[in-house]
Design a protein around this ligand. Sequence first.
Ligand code: DGL
Length: 354
Amino acid sequence: MYLSPRFRAFAAGAALLTASALAYAQQLPNVVILATGGTIAGAGASAANSATYAAAKVPVDKLIAGLPEISKVANVKGEQVFQIASESFTNDNLLTLAKRVSALSKQGDVDGIVVTHGTDTLEETAYFLNLVVRTTKPIVVVGSMRPGTALSADGALNLYDAVNVAASKDAMGKGVLVTMNDEINSGRDVSKSINIKTEAFKSQWGALGMIVEGKNYWFRAPVKRHTAQSEFNIDEITALPQVDIAYGYGSVPASSYEAIGKGSKAIIHAGTGNGSVADRVVPTLQKLRADGVQVIRSARVPGGFVLRNAEQPDDKYDWVVAHDLNPQKARILAMVALTKPLSSADLQRVFWEY
Ligand code: DGL
């Protein structure tokens, strides 16, 4: 078949271009985005709706297509694991997601993993992954406070940052990370502290670093056990035990602790002050302990940490303190720890170490 010199030149150019594009892509890290829903996948009726919108609407492929800049950072593939608002997450969702993250982390053609997630329980999922996924590869959990349809939406840059961090060798071995609002926080330490601002995620111990225009600036590293150093492994966990939280406040009835503790492996006390327990509640907690329920004192106060044997004689009552973990994080750790037959002394060690 005759091919004009012009066409031959074009075909050669195209082939060269394809070859160089392929070569370039082969140099880029491979990042998988596991999408679960939330506001980062949300949509509002108008650009003025930064707080009124429906979460969990936009599919992962659309999120990726809406962010062409990430193709210069990594070869990105998306998987829609769930499409839910995160307040509706269940223990089964946690197990399914963590098992998928673990499987991907073992693949030689996966360099990093991003999980897009609603912000309401993002801190719980990030901590759960931090405890049970045995890998040193970067795992980055990301969300947004405004839907992509809103003026000054924060999701696109948060996702761009998450892919950059997940593609970064210097993010390896730092545990599960959370990139929101230009900061890189530890999945263990970070919590949603403000419910109506883009600067919503804070750790009382400070961010691990910042990310600016795709470059990571690190200032510290986690000291608690996580991921590859964890004694817990999602590949060996098939179910999570019942652990619930009782909120302490003036005139709280002992019956609420009785109801919450019944049938649970552990009860988390979200205590006033330093995890204080109302005197009328102590006998109920002692009874629960006698019935084999672990009693873990956390605090409703966002900062500081609960001291052992300060507000309560924990040694005498055989209770555990949650250290600096807030009630929702303490529940995650207690559930993971109690997949093993741990004594309360072992459980307290786990709360010191993770
Ligand atoms: N429904 C909340 C959630 O999915 C929206 C909050 C958000 O994702 O920012 O967590």
